[in-house]
Design a binder for this molecule. Structure first.
Ligand SMILES: [Zn+2]
Length: 534
């Protein structure tokens, strides 16, 4: 790749260089660390440290990779690319085994951590321990401190990862690609600022050290082959209080929620970049979009999962950040805001998860684009249109950001006068509620097409052009739904609307008119035919 040194080699010298490098690399690809066989594989010679970052253009800075690994690498620096690739591999593995991206526990397992309980003894304000199981018999001592207000006891120490475990209960989140930034930071030798938090129980004289906070930092360092980590360890904590404290630590939650829509945006950028790369590497002209999503996924084989995600990200991102999107200003991207009725995560779990087709399309990207019948274009445009209809019917000029969402039901009980329009918007936006009524919209659309005798694939609902009469029906449904008396019934504020219910709870209410406990809250079950009458 742009090497003067390589370009000057004769083909014999080049072959010798390849042989030497391969031998030094144990006949494995520098990035994926899987075997390379010159008879079978196409390969690349590349600079480990890119020239523009000061890498040398000589054999000391060359490495051999599979051709495809180098072309799909996720960082220009091959040393970083190798670590990111490793993380991707672990992710694929856990997606397969448990259907989820990895958490710290999976990373620990991969690096032979989480093997031993810490043995210790407590003498007054001092705790003593050693790491005998891994051959370190030194007796370490740490002072035990007491938190002034909570009375929680804790100490600090540096612990081999063999003694660290992940706490899934307090920290159930898995680790996504946002760890890449952190890996790079640490790789560039920037220090860890906040240390991980853990706890032990002292009753039996030995305990697993459970890490419940700082899993990204811990995982990033472990991936960089760090074998011991600093931890603040609570001694016999009340786990419920710890759980609450961790949940309330809004910063981390805010961070995660924020990351999500940002990640979508990044995914969308990556999609654009991949499309450009595909065209370039296949020698297609600038304006040729005669290939499909499936072609792209196939071409970037080594990372087909990522590629599929980038495709979805680009759709979500287009809708979310579209300048025409009127619902946007009612969406809280920060996670725990108190002003906006919808959270971004709710939007993902409802609109995007219901209405965006999740599989890749085999039709060319520009398929029927000029006729206005391109399936993905229709899908995006029509989801956006639905959002705008909902924004107009329920939110604009009705939901008042100054009143916000903070403890609304509580404020009603205290006698505060919340305007009805505001209350309707607030209640209809609760995730478990909107989840159910948006499903009815999908049903209305389906029924409409069936009545027209049009065969449809219901997974691709929004890829069919909705005629105006269908839009009218959707509007009428939303109007009628909004007019149900339940949304303004203030007596329900400490029962039905009092806490967070699950999806099924509201499904039952809509289907029977009663709560699962048999409490009548709607005059009668929802009847879709009636809900479509003006
Ligand atoms: Zn490889």
């Amino acid at each position: 790749m742009g090497s003067l040194y390589l370009s000057r080699l004769s083909s014999e010298e080049r072959n010798d260089l390849i042989k030497t490098l391969l031998k030094n690399q144990n006949y494995k690809c520098f990035i994926c660390e899987e075997p390379i066989d010159l008879n079978i594989h196409s390969i690349d010679i590349d600079h480990v440290i890119p020239l523009k970052l000061g890498g040398k253009d000589d054999p000391s800075n060359f490495a051999i990779t599979h051709y495809s690994c180098n072309r799909s690498k996720q960082d220009a620096d091959l040393r970083i690319a190798r670590i990111l690739n490793k993380f991707n591999k672990i992710t694929e593995k856990t997606l397969e085994t448990k259907g989820q991206a990895p958490n710290l526990g999976d990373i620990l397992k991969e690096y032979n951590g989480a093997n031993y309980r810490l043995k210790f003894k407590i003498e007054g304000e001092v705790i003593k321990y050693s790491f005998s199981e891994i051959g370190d018999n030194k007796i370490y001592e740490a002072r035990i401190y007491e938190d002034n207000l909570s009375g929680f006891k804790y100490f600090f120490g540096v612990f081999p990862i063999e003694y660290l475990y992940h706490d899934e209960r307090i920290n159930p989140r898995s680790i996504g690609k946002n760890i890449f930034k952190l890996i790079k930071e640490f790789f560039l030798k920037r220090p860890q600022l906040h240390i991980s938090l853990g706890y032990i129980f002292s009753q039996s004289g030995s305990s697993e050290i459970k890490i419940f906070d700082g899993q990204h930092k811990a995982a990033a360092q472990i991936l960089l082959n760090v074998r011991e980590l600093p931890v603040r360890i609570f001694l016999n904590p009340n786990l419920d209080i710890l759980l609450t404290a961790n949940t309330n630590a809004g910063t981390t939650l805010r961070q995660i929620a924020f990351d999500k829509s940002v990640q979508r945006h990044l995914g969308s950028q990556l999609y654009i970049e991949r499309v450009e790369r595909y065209k370039k590497e296949r020698g297609l002209p600038e304006d040729d979009y005669n290939f499909s999503e499936a072609d792209l996924v196939k071409y970037f084989k080594g990372e087909s999962k990522e590629m599929k995600k980038y495709i979805l990200d680009s759709i979500r991102d287009w809708i979310t950040h579209n300048p025409e999107n009127k619902l946007k200003e009612f969406i809280d991207f920060g996670g725990r805001g108190k002003e906006k009725p919808l959270s971004y995560s709710t939007i993902e779990k409802t609109f995007y998860s219901f209405f965006i087709y999740r599989d890749t399309l085999h039709t060319p990207i520009n398929y029927r684009l000029e006729e206005g019948e391109n399936p993905r274009e229709l899908e995006k445009q029509q989801i956006l249109k639905l959002m705008n209809i909902i924004a107009e019917e329920i939110y604009i000029g009705k939901f008042d950001p100054d009143i916000g969402t903070y403890r609304i039901e509580h404020r009603i009980q205290k006698g505060e006068n919340i305007p009805e329009d505001h209350l309707i918007a607030y209640r209809m936006s609760k995730e478990e509620i909107i989840y159910n009524w948006l499903k009815y919209i999908a049903q209305i659309i389906k029924n409409y097409f069936i009545m027209q005798g049009k065969p449809i694939d219901e997974n691709k609902l929004f890829q069919y052009n909705f005629p105006e009469p269908l839009w009218d029906k959707i509007k009428i449904f939303i109007k009628n739904l909004k007019n149900l008396p339940i949304w303004v019934n203030k007596e329900l504020s400490n029962t039905v609307f009092g806490g967070k219910q699950n999806y099924e709870y509201w499904q039952t209410i809509f289907e029977t008119g009663k709560t699962p406990q048999g409490f009548q809250v709607l005059p009668k079950p929802i009847n879709l035919m009636e809900m479509l009458q003006e």
